[in-house]
Design a binder for this molecule. Structure first.
Ligand SMILES: Nc1ncnc2c1ncn2[C@@H]1O[C@H](COP(=O)(O)OP(=O)(O)O)[C@@H](O)[C@H]1O
Ligand SMILES: Cc1cn([C@H]2C[C@H](O)[C@@H](COP(=O)(O)OP(=O)(O)O)O2)c(=O)[nH]c1=O
Length: 205
């Protein structure tokens, strides 16, 4: 049986990660994996209700962090762990690195509090591979302006995204064994070429 993988997609809003998820899911399926594609915040009925609050309702930054992890707890229990236990591969549009980047980097919640939540909610679960889509802020902003109405996070100022991006890159340097940083300021075909190589090397490992 194929080894079940847990793969996460990360990046600031507008970096292009959602664009590439179907492509990577296709690569994994071609390699014989059954793939569960999911997202955070969300992925469960309760999680999607929490997502709606998180993306549209102003709240204290600690409430925001706690609700992100509450949604994650449900997501792990109902979706991620059962899928991995069945031998399915899980692809998630964001996971805990997003809490460190947005609530920690962007909003300045103490990283020690996020460490505590992570150790509580998933002490033994980490992604096998985290694809970090990295672009300059102005590129992300231009893409978002052209694409959609902004939610609560997407309305933040550029210094918020500079700090969010910096925390993502700091974590990529801290956990090089699972992170791959992808220069997302390129043609989609070039990014797909790199993704094909990364997935091939992970599947061969
Ligand atoms: N490499 C790219 N070059 C040009 N436009 C892109 C690229 N990647 C994504 N886009 C466009 O940018 C917008 C945001 O992409 P999306 O994948 O939704 O970003 P994210 O999920 O990271 O917020 C979309 O309109 C998408 O078509
Ligand atoms: C998972 C997670 C997401 N977020 C934020 C990042 C995004 O701005 C937002 C929703 O993520 P996302 O699904 O990437 O938004 P979209 O579909 O609009 O591209 O939630 C956090 O702040 N902390 C978290 O832990």
């Amino acid at each position: 049986m194929k080894k079940a993988l847990f793969i996460t997609f990360e990046g600031i809003d507008g970096a292009g990660k959602s664009t590439h998820i179907p492509f990577v899911v296709g690569l994994l399926q071609q390699a014989g994996h059954k793939v569960i594609s999911t997202r955070e915040p969300g992925g469960t009925k309760l999680g999607e209700q929490l997502r709606d609050l998180l993306l549209h309702q102003a709240m204290h930054l600690e409430t925001e962090a706690l609700l992100m992890f509450a949604a994650r707890r449900e997501h792990i229990a109902q979706v991620i762990e059962p899928a991995l236990a069945r031998g399915d591969t899980v692809v998630s549009d964001r996971f805990t690195d997003a809490s460190f980047a947005y609530q920690g980097g962007g909003r300045k919640l103490a990283l020690s509090k996020l460490d505590a939540l992570e150790n509580w909610v998933h002490p033994h679960l980490q992604p096998d591979l985290t694809l970090l889509f990295d672009v300059p802020l102005e590129v992300a902003r231009t893409r978002l302006d052209a694409a959609r109405d902004p939610d609560k996070f997407e309305q933040e100022q550029s210094n918020f995204f500079a700090d969010t991006r910096a925390e993502y890159l700091r974590r990529a340097a801290e956990f090089p064994e699972r992170f791959r940083v992808i220069n997302s300021n390129r043609a989609i075909a070039d990014i797909q070429h790199e993704l094909t190589q990364i997935i091939a090397s992970v599947l061969a490992a």
